[in-house]
Design a protein. Structure first.
Length: 233
């Protein structure tokens, strides 16, 4: 009896192992249709479903280099902006600081008066803030570019500063008039004519003859019309 105990124990162990091998295990495999449903879960029910994940075509990127302390940027306002633009190879192609007087430019935001990258690139800024924009060519000058300054399919980099924002466009500035400027010919007062009018009486006027210059006098009755050059002032 004692000699048979190991055989019985061995038989029991073999039976347990065989049972474990033949018992099916539970699986956690997700059916394929569940994956498809997850990819199209955001599609409204009335739109035909497609399989796949949406991918971005192009992206407008930015870095805020200074947070403004003024009001937040709003759409349909007039923005006054300083800017400098570069190509991705480092070539500067334009800057408001290089314009006459170094004046900023003003444009209506969101009115398609500028490139698309600018029509959306100021969102989230505050007046006084500065930002670097990385504009893909699709939101700049497109596939054709603006030769010879902007090549075809040129991505652009802009440093922009939102100087101010208003509801109305700025008034055009009038050019200052130099204090020594000679009046234009149209502004020169008209001198009395040396020839008496046709309806005047035939008899000479009672004024002294010295008041009226002779008709054949070579003395000019008006100042010279040619203004002096600025260098001679």
């Amino acid at each position: 009896m004692i000699a048979k105990l190991p055989s019985i124990a061995l038989l029991a162990a073999l039976t347990t192992a065989a049972t474990a091998q033949t018992t099916p295990k539970a699986t956690t495999t997700t059916p394929h249709h569940a994956t498809t449903a997850a990819k199209t879960a955001t599609t409204p029910p009335n739109i035909p479903k497609v399989v796949g994940l949406p991918r971005p075509l192009y992206t407008l990127r930015y870095i805020d280099t200074k947070i403004g302390t003024g009001g937040p940027a709003e759409e349909r306002k007039y923005y006054t902006v300083h800017y400098t633009g570069w190509l991705t190879n480092g070539t500067k192609f334009d800057s408001s600081f290089d314009h006459p007087g170094g004046e900023p430019i003003t444009f209506p935001y969101g009115a398609h008066r500028v490139i698309m990258g600018w029509d959306t690139g100021f969102q989230g800024m505050h007046v006084g803030g500065k930002r670097r924009l990385f504009v893909p060519y699709q939101l700049a000058y497109g596939e054709s570019g603006r030769p010879p300054v902007i090549p075809a399919k040129a991505d652009l980099i802009f440093d922009v500063e939102l100087v101010s924002m208003s509801d109305t466009p700025p008034q055009p500035k009038q050019a200052p008039v130099p204090p020594n400027a000679t009046p234009k010919p149209s502004e020169t007062p008209t001198q009395p004519s040396a020839t008496p009018p046709a309806e005047a009486p035939a008899t000479p006027p009672t004024k002294p003859a010295t008041d009226t210059p002779p008709a054949n006098s070579t003395t000019p009755t008006t100042p010279p019309n040619t203004p002096p050059h600025p260098e001679t002032l």
